[in-house]
Design a protein. Structure first.
Length: 284
């Protein structure tokens, strides 16, 4: 070895290490999935794009889980799938982010509700602009409704305002500061939700609730099927079972059927998630 040669470090043996990687279908997350599986770790990758998740899983041997860790309602389902597929967890690499370039300080570990709790304790005045109606419901004491170049202030949160319009009892509250530069002419066309719009809103909310139920049912079926595949894989590792060619063939056929069923369920899941996103956008 010459003085310019550098010693080559042997590849680490990560056999038995159970790792979950969020945002594992592209970029840094994908590189980590490839490196860790290559070094022997058992890896579960989580990402939103179901087709890409399946492609990466097949290419690397990792377990692919389609899910959005930014959705609080989906976190428990994703965690259950990770634990079921890996049999536990040793390392979590939380790589997923759709925030773009942000200061590192803003990415510090924080509970999902920390911002809401901080705003609830704030004693000053805040004007919040957000499409998240659940967030607005929790922190808002008044709603500013802007239409046709004019603004009105209504008491309560977003849900209160919707109910006020439904019942025909929506009346702006008096404010110490003017919210309009001049009185609105009596003959001015003021847009308000009509009966058809209200009915459509209620129909969308009902469908959204139904979608959540259907998604939950699909996730339960996927989790159960994945657990059954895992049990079959463990059976195939049993020497007595492995020597029984007929039984091995039967188990492999079952796993093939389970995989086909999971793929079909995930296609339905993705379609429902897309419909849910469109409905939430329309209701926001």
């Amino acid at each position: 070895m010459t003085h310019t040669d550098k010693p080559v470090r042997p590849a680490p043996d990560l056999s038995g290490l159970r790792v979950a990687i969020t945002g594992g279908s592209s970029g840094l997350g994908l590189s980590l999935v490839e490196a860790l599986t290559r070094d022997g770790a058992s890896v579960a990758l989580i990402a939103r794009g179901i087709e890409r998740v399946h492609r990466v899983a097949e290419a690397t041997g990792a377990t692919g889980i389609a899910g959005d860790v930014g959705d609080k309602a989906a976190i428990h389902r994703v965690a259950l799938q990770v634990m079921a597929s890996l049999g536990g967890l040793d390392v979590l690499i939380n790589n997923a982010s759709s925030l773009g370039s942000v200061p590192l300080r803003a990415l510090a570990d924080t509970d999902c509700e920390a911002l809401e709790e901080a705003l609830e304790q704030f004693t000053g005045a805040l004007v919040v602009v957000s499409h998240d109606r659940y967030f607005i419901d929790r922190i808002a004491e008044n709603i500013i409704l802007v239409e046709d170049g004019h603004a009105e202030v209504y008491a309560g949160n977003y849900s209160d305002l919707v109910e006020q319009f439904k019942s025909g009892a929506a009346v702006p509250v008096a404010a110490d500061i003017p919210v309009r530069a001049h009185a609105r002419p009596a003959d001015e066309d003021v847009r308000r939700p009509d009966a058809e719009q209200i009915a459509d809103h209620k129909k969308r909310e009902k469908r959204l609730k139904k979608i959540d139920e259907e998604i939950a049912q699909l996730e339960e079926r996927v989790t159960a099927a994945e657990r059954e595949r895992e049990r079959n894989d463990q059976l195939l590792c049993n020497e007595e079972v492995f020597r029984d060619g007929v039984r091995v063939k039967k188990i492999q056929q079952q796993n093939g059927d389970l995989k086909s069923m999971i793929d079909l369920l995930m296609v339905k899941w993705e379609a429902l998630e897309k419909e849910k996103e469109e409905l939430e956008s329309a209701l926001a």
